[in-house]
Design a protein around this ligand. Structure first.
Ligand code: NDP
Ligand code: GDR
Length: 376
């Protein structure tokens, strides 16, 4: 019998990589997508299978984490062996604008999944993965362990409506595990990125902008806090861990991270160096800027001295998480996780993707089409 998985958030970055992985492993994969006035399945279109095909193994259902009846019906229909609850309003800065919504989706949405499994009597059959996050730690320096990392026993102190909603998701998952003996786990994942990362998260905003600047499609990029430090891994490595977490003998909570932390400023420098451009930062705080000091790539010509980055306080957050660094020892030692990527290969992969994408815009411009600007 083929295993059956249900993925909420299948149209997102992680959902798309996880769907690929589970299909490769022979699973029947069900995914929940939201109704949208535009197509919103770009990240999984390459996996599309005709619903008339008797061997169809990827099935999409309309649904929403705010709709308990819809979730219960879908779970009843698919009878999943594994549920991966990846659906969320996942943007920390936006959560300050939509705090009630994020509480409903990211917090109560998790409860709706757990409660549906319980009501349907699937507690013994269905294993549940909850997408928890390093945002739970809030970057409080005093809460790191003696080695200077956040691990499974570090206290939480969320610093955004997103973090607060996700802490509800974390605890309700743990509570259902203890109260009803359910196989429900939290993966406390630190930031993970890829060429499929949403365009308004800082890494992707940077790689897109750098590709455009190198190709002459954009003058400069505006960013917020360049001092923020994050533990950035590759999403492909992290979805593999989601699956491994649900294959473990007993349900537990797991930190997934690289153990290396890097500033946003350094990520900018690395992204520019991928296209042969060396930048130097000058000034401090809101007055900080980056300029081109060397350009050594045959395909990209950017003038020396050009200002390519300014700080825009619009992107500062009411409360910030200054530094995150995780200790993945438990996952490495007990589940045998070996990530394939490091920061250098992540930046390379993202830059390669965005240069390719932006070259299409160059071709469109050459053919007389207009390139529309989008808010970041
Ligand atoms: P994305 O923002 O790329 O994807 C989020 C997914 O959730 C999308 O498919 C989105 O649908 C869907 N979604 C949003 N709102 C709802 C809703 N109301 N009902 C149902 N589905 C909804 O996030 P990632 O793939 O990066 O992250 C996956 C999960 O992991 C999220 O829960 C995130 O909070 C968490 N996480 C992510 C980390 C990271 O660094 N990427 C780190 C730690 C945790 P649509 O496409 O229609 O918008
Ligand atoms: P984060 O990711 O908040 O860590 O949440 P994001 O990439 O949005 O921000 C990382 C850091 O960069 C700083 N920053 C900017 N951020 C954005 N988005 N845009 C900017 O212009 C900018 N300039 C500087 C931010 O202030 C911040 O310090 C991500 C999400 O995927 C969550 O869902 C997930 O839970 C956590 O990672 C772990």
């Amino acid at each position: 019998m083929k295993k059956v998985a249900l993925i909420t958030g299948i149209t997102g970055q992680d959902g798309s990589y996880l769907a690929e992985l589970l299909l490769e492993k022979g699973y029947i994969v069900h995914g929940i997508k939201r109704r949208s006035s535009l197509f919103n399945t770009n990240r999984i279109d390459h996996l599309y299978q005709d619903p008339h095909d008797p061997d169809q193994r990827l099935k999409l259902h309309y649904g929403d984490l705010t709709d308990a009846m819809n979730l219960t019906r879908i779970i009843q229909e698919c009878q999943p062996d594994e549920i991966y609850n990846l659906g969320a309003m996942s943007h920390v800065a936006v959560s300050f604008d939509t705090p009630e919504y994020v509480g409903n989706v990211d917090g109560l949405g998790t409860l709706r999944i757990l409660e549906a499994v319980r009501i349907l009597g699937l507690e013994k059959k269905t294993r549940i993965y909850q997408a928890s996050t390093s945002e739970l730690y809030g970057g409080m320096p005093e809460n790191k362990n003696e080695k200077g990392f956040y691990d499974e026993s570090s206290p939480f102190y969320p610093r955004s409506p997103y973090g607060v909603a996700k802490i509800y998701g974390f605890w309700i998952t743990k509570n259902y595990r203890e109260a009803y003996n359910m196989y429900a786990c939290n993966g406390i994942l630190f930031n993970h990125e890829s060429p499929r990362r949403g365009e308004t998260f800082v890494t992707r905003k940077i790689t897109r902008a750098v590709a455009k600047i190198a190709l002459g499609l954009q003058e400069k990029v505006f960013l917020g806090n360049l001092e923020a430090k994050r533990d950035w891994g590759h999403a492909k490595d992290y979805v593999r861990m989601m699956w491994m977490i649900l294959q473990a003998d007993k349900p537990e909570d797991w930190v997934i991270a690289t153990g290396v932390t890097t500033t946003v400023r350094e990520f900018v420098r690395l992204a520019f160096s991928e296209v042969g451009i060396e930048v130097a930062f000058k000034g401090e705080g809101v007055d900080e800027k980056a300029y081109v000091v060397a350009c050594n790539h045959k395909d990209f010509q950017v003038e020396i001295g050009k200002e390519v980055l300014s700080v825009d306080p619009t992107y500062f957050r009411p409360t910030e998480v200054d530094l995150l660094i995780g200790d993945p020892s438990k996952a490495k030692n007990q589940l045998g996780w070996v990530p394939e990527h490091d920061l250098a290969s992540l930046v390379k992969d993202m830059m390669k993707g965005d240069v390719l994408l932006m070259r299409k815009d160059v071709d469109l411009l050459k053919a007389g089409h207009e390139i529309l600007k989008q808010a970041e």
